[in-house]
Ligand binder design. Structure first.
Ligand code: GRF
Length: 207
């Protein structure tokens, strides 16, 4: 069985990348990470990726004249490594519509809220401040509008009375580490079908 080649794009810690890398160590997992690409040379996730024996690449956005030149270099790197699916995992640059359209339905992102609530940044604090009783995380396909694409998977996390941004973020992160590998597995098995805004998951028996 040939495995789906996944590129993971990071900017920092890389704990979601690590959960994907860990899942990929199982012989029966239908995907493998072909490259971990960071736009930050000092991203801690790069060392973690190397410790799994995964090729790493740095495409430093500050070294390019503009976003188009940066993204051109990113695309070249992804192509060199044969990426068939791109997983954004704490990648802190907004990708252009041109980039997104270059990889139709081939880019996933993980976001630490129950979208469409709380897109953007600092969303754990926003959920606490808004007074919602539940938050969670979302894996979705990337479309040009930020945090807005079709949803593959979500997990719910209750918000406790004494939660801080950090305590909530930690409980959400633990769920992120479960649903991202599960989502990649479904995509790699060819079971994920986009139907307008909805994502339908087939049972794998040819339905
Ligand atoms: C995660 O909370 C993810 O949902 C968000 O950025 C954070 C990245 O964390 N997009 P890590 O680098 O995967 O540890």
């Amino acid at each position: 069985m040939s495995k789906l080649k996944v590129a993971v794009m990071i900017s920092g810690r890389g704990s979601n990348m690590e959960s994907l890398a860990q899942a990929c160590t199982a012989p029966e997992f239908p995907a493998e990470i072909c490259v971990v690409l960071s736009n930050k040379p000092d991203a801690a996730g790069l060392e973690k990726a190397a410790s799994f024996g995964i090729p790493t690449a740095v495409v430093d956005h500050t070294a390019f004249a503009d976003k188009a030149a940066f993204e051109h270099a990113v695309v070249e790197t992804l192509e060199q490594h044969g990426a068939e699916l791109i997983c954004l995992a704490g990648f802190m640059r907004v990708l252009s519509a041109r980039f997104v359209q270059r990889f139709p339905h081939q880019i996933l992102n993980i976001h630490p809220s129950l979208l469409p609530s709380f897109p953007g940044l600092h969303v754990q604090q926003k959920a606490i401040d808004h007074g919602v009783r539940f938050s969670g995380c979302t894996v979705h396909f990337v479309v040009p509008e930020v945090d807005a694409g079709p949803i593959v998977a979500q997990a719910v996390v209750p918000i406790e009375e004494d939660d801080t941004e950090d305590s909530l973020a930690a409980r959400i992160l633990a769920k992120e580490h479960l649903i991202y590998p599960e989502s990649v597995k479904l995509v790699a098995e060819g079971r994920v079908h986009i139907d307008g805004r909805r994502v339908r998951i087939s049972n794998g028996a040819g339905d």
